[in-house]
Design a protein around this ligand. Structure first.
Ligand SMILES: CC(C)(COP(=O)(O)OP(=O)(O)OC[C@H]1O[C@@H](n2cnc3c(N)ncnc32)[C@H](O)[C@@H]1OP(=O)(O)O)[C@@H](O)C(=O)NCCC(=O)NCCS
Length: 328
């Protein structure tokens, strides 16, 4: 019998502290960094974001989203046999130990369950979903928690107005389970390491001392150009692999970085704007967490219904990009 992989539960969690554009603009002005609500909304579509309090770790956010996904699926934590956690802001430097292992411990899951971090920056969730799908269809695992959990407020430079207004903290999770009916229909991952300079972090450790900047760097315009091109290309790739047309897509869930990128990608993919799930306005860019947060939001508010086709596509540092086409 053919084994398929299916999304059986979703969850998300944002730390309670909401920071509006007005509040952020005032905080930045006090440091001599000039920006405005009007600029942020017009250029990115972001009106607010959430920041984690000091001492809160990516694993703490991931655990909350994971609990909600398990509850929706009606699956006990100990039935999970693999945790794939996508993050660029792990609990510990270099992911040592992995944030996935921290989540496993915090959920009280025993050692039958493997746990590993996936690093593909903002494409991390889509990469991890592709891996989860392959593991399940190969019969290696039955219940995989795929989590995106990020605390970007600790890696953006609040003196750099071109990036600090765009990012936020949060987590999203999905339970992917073995099923006898099709769920995930197609996945595709890409990378182009030649383009690392346009979106990266310089920091590296040397003999226990950090060298280079520990803040993220982004050439916004260069990333923007790449994003609209590759999201369109990879979206078409997975539709072709699954043998579906744009008219068969019920919801497009692009990586939530910028409303203008999402609108442009939807137009190129021939998916009407009203079928695009947008959460960036109140979350900001939460990197690997954006897609599962948006997916969970649209699941819980009733927009996404059983049997519908969802196209998820992301781009991130590396560069990396990819897409997942799933039937819910
Ligand atoms: C970052 C981004 C919002 C900038 O929007 P943009 O329309 O390209 O704006 P530009 O970079 O051309 O900057 C326009 C002007 O605004 C200024 N500006 C930049 N940030 C500003 C801010 N927060 N407030 C006010 N002005 C700002 C710039 O200095 C520039 O001024 P100049 O014309 O005098 O030089 C946009 O490029 C973007 O979203 N890029 C992709 C980001 C992305 O997808 N990242 C995720 C990948 S994971």
């Amino acid at each position: 019998m053919t084994i398929y992989s299916k999304i059986t539960g979703t969850g998300s969690y944002l730390p309670p502290r909401r920071v509006s554009n007005e509040e952020l603009v005032a905080q930045l002005a006090a440091k001599g960094v000039e920006t405005s609500d009007e600029w942020i909304v017009t250029r990115s579509g972001i009106a607010s974001r959430h920041y984690a309090d000091d001492g809160v770790l990516a694993s703490d956010l991931g655990v909350e989203a994971a609990k909600r996904a398990l509850e929706m699926a009606g699956v006990a934590a100990n039935e999970v046999d693999l945790i794939l956690l996508a993050t660029t802001t792990p609990d510990h430097y270099g992911g040592f130990p992995s944030t996935a292992c921290r989540v496993q411990a915090k959920l009280g899951i025993t050692s039958h369950c493997a746990a590993v971090d996936v690093q593909a920056v903002c494409s991390g969730f889509v990469y991890a979903m592709s891996m989860a799908d392959a593991f399940i269809r190969a019969g290696v695992h039955k219940n995989i928690l795929v989590i995106g959990a990020e605390i970007y407020s600790r890696v953006v430079d609040f003196n750099d107005r071109t990036t600090c207004v765009l990012f936020g903290d949060g987590s999203g999770a999905v339970l992917v389970s073995a099923s006898n009916e099709p769920g995930i229909l197609a996945t595709k991952m890409h990378a182009d390491g030649h383009q690392n300079e346009i979106l990266h972090m310089d920091a590296r450790l040397s003999c226990g001392v950090m060298e280079g900047s520990g803040f993220m760097y982004m050439d916004g315009q260069a990333v923007f150009k790449q994003a609209v091109t590759v999201l369109d290309q990879v979206g078409h790739e997975v539709m072709e692999m699954a043998g579906v047309q744009p008219t068969d897509i019920d919801w497009l869930i692009p990586h939530q970085a910028n409303v203008r990128i999402m609108q442009s990608a939807a137009k190129r993919l021939k998916i009407p704007a009203e079928r695009v799930v947008i959460t960036v306005d109140w979350t900001g860019n939460t990197s690997a967490a954006t897609i599962p947060i948006a997916l969970d939001t649209a699941m819980r508010d009733g927009r996404i219904k059983s049997g519908q086709n969802i196209l998820m596509a992301a781009i991130g540092g590396g560069l990396t990009w990819g897409a997942v086409l799933a039937r819910m």
